[in-house]
Design a protein around this ligand. Structure first.
Ligand code: PMP
Length: 430
């Protein structure tokens, strides 16, 4: 594969953009090599500026669940831009968007649109703090909730110690307010709430972790967290930026039957445009300005073009059988990858939750904790990633990201992926 044009662009970009990119994971730092620059995307594929084609399992990190450049989404955007790009005043599409979200996700009685997942999670914890009058929040090791100060915090030496800033620029005083738990550990959560429960404003979790590879919740784990939060008057916040409308039409909360107090959304609800949202019970959401005293705002929030794209995408995911077909495709893909790995003698397993999957280079037969995800063979993943890329398959350029499938990944695309994987696992075994 020739990458001359991508290389030239990356050289220019590095002098102008930190690391050559506008979001770190795109730079391939953890995986090695250089990113390709995309010229266009269509269906299951990306096409780079050197004319190479890749079957894409990143899907713009989640939004493109119906494939790239879907004609219905594109047509909706084209219609919307005919009427203007931004109004700074209410428009009908915002109401339709809110109606759609509250219909599909019943724990949300009201929503507020924002412009990214980060804004959604920042706003949700402000609401949790404002509504409870408490300051501490709880998050989980390996979960990512965007780049807000309160989330860029790693665990101290024990769960009950103060959090430690994970980035320069995060004030220690703020990090102190974030407590970190190991995901899927029932006892650690109980112990933390026993100790500090009455200070906790909210607990935020990716109900299926998609930012530490792909880790499903153990049976009853989300219910356990629901009970702890209810007992202690803390708000349960599901960060469904990734899982929303993906692991089921109603998100992880529908799939696992647990209703959070607040939910954050992003990705799919923007159809590829910059969008996020947060929602929850009416009496909570009515505390947001101007209905209530907790301030949160946005010049471009509820943007008409973004609403049009998101509404068109949400139309597509409501087609009967949409999620069942995606789940079936994920199974075919993951079964095929596992068989290919085992044929090559590479220790490997997968996780699948709806249209989300994880790839683990490990002897373990199942992986559902952050510690297990971290213990996987990172060097094997790197070799596999590059061998797949050379064969025209783009996986997330990090061993700690979930993979995404779209309705455009048909049998041919999946068969081609598995064929590439047979060769790539041989390279890994090599
Ligand atoms: N929450 C989760 C679960 C995410 O996966 C992400 C982004 N990958 C975010 C929040 C932040 O969203 P954004 O990048 O749109 O700010």
């Amino acid at each position: 594969m020739n990458h001359d044009r991508s290389h030239a662009l990356f050289s220019r970009a590095r002098t102008l953009l930190p690391g050559g990119v506008n979001s770190p994971v795109r730079a391939f730092r953890s995986i090695g090599g250089e990113p390709f620059f995309v010229e266009r995307a269509d269906g299951a594929c990306l096409f780079d500026v050197d004319g190479n084609r890749y079957i894409d399992y990143v899907g713009s990190w989640g939004p493109m669940i119906a494939g790239h450049n879907h004609p219905q989404v594109r047509a909706a955007v084209e219609r919307a831009i005919g009427d203007g790009l931004s109004f700074g005043a209410p428009c009908a599409a915002e109401v339709t968007m809110a109606e759609t979200i509250v219909r599909l996700v019943p724990s949300c009685e009201m929503v507020r649109m924002v412009n990214s997942g980060t804004e959604a999670t920042l706003s949700a914890i402000r609401l949790a703090r404002g509504a409870t009058g408490r300051t501490r929040i709880v998050k989980f090791e390996g979960c990512y909730h965007g780049h807000g100060d309160s989330f860029l915090v790693k665990a101290g030496s024990g769960a009950l110690t103060f959090g430690v800033p994970d980035s320069p620029g995060v004030p220690k005083a703020l990090a102190d307010l974030t407590l970190t738990l190991p995901y899927n550990d029932f006892e650690a959560a109980t112990a933390l709430f026993d100790e500090a429960g009455d200070d906790i404003a909210g607990l935020i979790i990716e109900p299926v972790v998609g930012n530490a590879n792909c880790l499903p919740p153990r049976d009853g784990y989300l219910q356990h967290l629901r009970e702890l939060c209810s007992q202690h008057g803390a708000l349960l916040i599901f960060d469904e930026v990734m899982t929303g409308f993906r692991v089921a039409l109603g998100g992880a909360q529908a799939r696992y039957g647990v209703a959070p107090d607040l939910t954050t959304f992003g990705k799919i609800i923007g159809g590829g445009m910059p969008v996020g949202a947060y929602g929850g019970r009416r009496e909570l959401m009515e505390q947001i300005s101007p209905a209530g005293p907790i301030y949160q705002a946005g010049t471009l929030s509820g943007n008409p073009v973004a609403m049009a794209a998101g509404l068109a995408m949400l139309e597509l995911v409501q087609a009967p059988g949409f999620h069942a077909r995606l789940e079936a495709a994920t199974y075919v893909l993951c079964d095929g990858l596992e068989s290919a790995a085992h044929a090559a003698g590479v220790p490997f397993t997968t996780n699948r939750v709806g249209a989300m999957f994880g790839l683990f280079f490990t002897e373990a037969s199942s992986v559902d904790t952050y510690a297990q995800a971290v213990a996987c063979d990172g060097a094997a993943f790197k070799r596999f990633f590059h061998a797949m890329l050379e064969r025209g398959v783009f996986l997330a350029p990090s061993a700690f990201e979930a993979g995404f499938i779209s309705s455009a990944h048909d049998e041919t695309a999946i068969a081609a992926t598995i064929a590439a994987a047979r060769e790539a696992f041989a390279v890994v075994a090599g």
